[in-house]
Design a protein around this ligand. Structure first.
Ligand code: PEP
Length: 249
């Protein structure tokens, strides 16, 4: 089965609303590739102007986080319906920075994934091991647990829509990209895990990205791997280089 590649930028905590619009206008012609899904995941305050700025282009907009309740007394949080109403299609959930600095657990990620699906938002569910875990030889156990708990209570039909981003923590923002073999090995193991939890059709359908210092030089080889269906890109998504990553072929 051929899966459509998805290449998403994660802007993290960068760009004011006016800077965001300027960046969209700069990148728009560079990422004009209808053969892949292109997503800009932007800070909450940038969502409304970025949705307006991408209008008529191939770019879809994602959020970087979301809360798992519908509404109410959760000061500072963003509800799924708010994202949908603003024109957001994707939401990054369980990024390692959220897990590390804001204490998000696998259970929190699971609640968010289920709530996003209820609202027809596509979760980009992140997983990935630390350097210590890789050195201890527990990468697969750790990532499998993140994936299994993250998808608990999600039906096979829903799971087919989920995007999983495998992002080894030691490769994020460090300039150290995982080797093609390391990235493919874990993405393949995630697909096996999906097959065990669901079935072959779900495993074939689900898209698995690699993330961690992806750049124009590494994207082509990474995205050519059988189990890697695109990338989640941090630093390089803020530069014209993102155009080369989107046009990796
Ligand atoms: C990320 O933010 O998810 C990421 C992979 O960042 P970078 O590409 O900068 O390593």
């Amino acid at each position: 089965m051929s899966r459509r590649k998805i290449i998403a930028g994660n802007w993290k905590m960068n760009k004011t609303p006016s800077e965001a619009v300027a960046l969209v206008n700069e990148l728009k012609p560079l990422v004009a590739n209808d053969d892949v899904d292109v997503v800009f995941c932007v800070p909450a305050i940038d969502i409304v102007p970025v949705v307006a700025a991408v209008k008529g282009s191939n770019i879809q907009v994602g959020a970087e986080n979301m809360y798992f309740e519908e509404s109410g007394a959760y000061t500072g949080e963003i509800a799924p319906a708010m994202l949908v109403d603003a024109g957001v299609k994707y939401v990054v959930l369980g990024h390692s920075e959220r897990r590390e600095y804001f204490g998000e657990t696998n259970d929190d990620v699971n609640k968010k994934v289920r709530k996003a699906l209820e609202h027809d938002l596509v979760p980009i569910m992140c997983c990935g091991e630390s350097l210590k875990q890789r050195e201890q030889g527990v990468t697969m156990d750790f990532v499998r647990q993140q994936v299994k708990v993250g998808l608990q209570g999600v039906t096979a039909e829903e799971a087919k829509k989920v995007v999983i981003a495998y992002e080894p923590i030691w490769a994020i923002g460090t300039g150290v990209t995982a080797t093609t073999e390391q990235a493919q090995e874990v993405c393949a193991a995630i697909r096996v895990c999906i097959k065990e939890v669901y079935d072959g059709a779900t495993a074939d359908a689900i898209r698995i990205q690699y993330g961690g210092s992806v750049n124009a030089a590494t994207a082509g080889e990474l995205f050519a791997q059988v189990d890697i269906d695109g990338g989640l890109v941090g630093g390089a998504s803020l530069k014209p280089e993102f155009g080369d990553i989107v046009n990796y072929k």
